[in-house]
Design a protein around this ligand. Structure first.
Ligand code: BDR
Ligand code: CA
Length: 355
């Protein structure tokens, strides 16, 4: 089993990341830290505790509240996608029963991961990278102890490129979800993200799951029915929602709300993409992901990338900024030369197997 610490901003898809990390037989979930993001920190922490209560893991999975704002900026929140609470749209969320620890997140993550055998434990980040940047600043030796850091973040688009850093995509090309260029988690704290990707010892241990991959993992209507009744693809239509267990109903409501906001905001007809559990899966089921080889004939060497985060330009929640030309928070990737260190970025995922 893979020892894992999850850092999240519980939102709809983070709830699925928690479910997977807490319930997959291949994972030992060591604890969860929370970060502002989809909603303010109080909400994301509350939502995390409520999900753990819903799935019966509130007693043994400790929750630590982390950063309430980015390193150098004001926090942005994604109420248009996740609602004001960060987890709107369900009547089935139980009251959390166990309080969160309000201090000590960074030291606890370091202690708990360091207690695992070297090269075994994974960190998984499904929100802004503020906690992760502060963690490795405070505990730099942890980099050498962990097996990896799996991140949901970034939007690459336009094909993965060999072009030099800073090359601009074609005019009008949209691949971000917060601005035309930027994905939300990276946008929230671009300086924290840049600090993480610049840390060369850490970069070789990073798996990055960008929107390009998460948009292959959609909760279409078959998946939704499978969530409700069990067994994706084997639906008995005479069943009614009343037959579903409370946990199934909860996750069905969560994904249904998420589908509606994705349809409203992005006009997405099939979906929504359920981003965050992919970062959990990449840490313990690498076999479910498709990687290109480093070169056409290099055998099983996976391609790696330098990741550069643009930190210049206007930044904020204001709609004129969001629709404007600012590239702040954009992730620019360039393939490393064969044998050179860099971040792993899969090209695809076996969505059916993962569901
Ligand atoms: C990411 O942003 C958040 O809204 C989601 O929870 C996910 O982590 C997708 O861009
Ligand atoms: Ca998230």
């Amino acid at each position: 089993t893979t020892p894992m610490w999850l850092d999240c901003d519980t939102g709809h898809d983070d709830a699925f990341a928690i479910l997977l990390a807490a319930q997959a037989p291949g994972v030992k979930l060591l604890g969860i830290s929370t970060v502002y993001g989809n909603a303010p920190l109080e909400n994301t922490t509350y939502n995390t505790r409520a999900i753990l209560t819903a799935i019966g893991r509130e007693e043994d999975v400790r929750v630590y509240a982390g950063a309430r704002k980015p390193l150098h900026r004001e926090a942005a929140h994604a109420a248009d996608i996740h609602g004001e609470s960060g987890l709107d749209g369900t009547h089935s969320l139980p009251q959390p029963t166990v309080p969160a620890h309000q201090t000590g997140a960074l030291d606890t993550i370091n202690e708990v991961l360091s207690a695992e055998p070297p090269g075994t434990a994974w960190l998984v980040a499904t929100g802004a990278l503020t906690n992760m940047a502060l963690l490795f600043q405070k505990h730099p030796k942890l980099v050498h102890h962990i097996a990896g850091l799996s991140i949901m973040g970034g939007a690459i688009g336009g094909g993965f490129t060999d072009a030099p850093l800073g090359t601009i995509a074609g005019e009008g090309e949209r691949f971000g979800n917060w601005t035309p260029y930027a994905e939300f988690n990276i946008y929230c704290d671009p300086e924290a993200a840049q600090a993480i990707f610049c840390n060369t010892a850490l970069a070789v241990k990073i798996v990055l799951i960008p929107l390009d991959v998460t948009h292959q993992f959609l909760a279409d209507s078959t998946v939704k029915m499978g969530l409700l009744f069990g067994g994706v693809g084997s639906i008995r239509i005479e069943r009614s929602i009343a037959d579903a267990t409370p946990v199934r109903r909860l996750f069905f409501e969560i994904v249904s709300f998420f589908a509606q906001t994705y349809a409203d905001v992005f006009g997405l007809k099939i979906g929504p993409p359920v981003h965050d559990p992919l970062a959990v899966a990449a840490a313990f089921r690498a076999d479910l992901f498709v990687y290109n080889n480093a070169t056409d004939n290099s055998g099983d060497q996976k391609e790696r990338f330098h990741v550069h985060v643009i930190t210049d330009g206007e930044h904020g929640s204001d709609s004129t900024i969001r629709r404007g030309p600012s590239q702040c928070g954009r992730t620019v990737v360039t393939r490393t030369r064969p044998g050179e260190p860099g971040v792993l970025i899969p090209r695809g995922v076996d969505a059916q197997a993962l569901w």
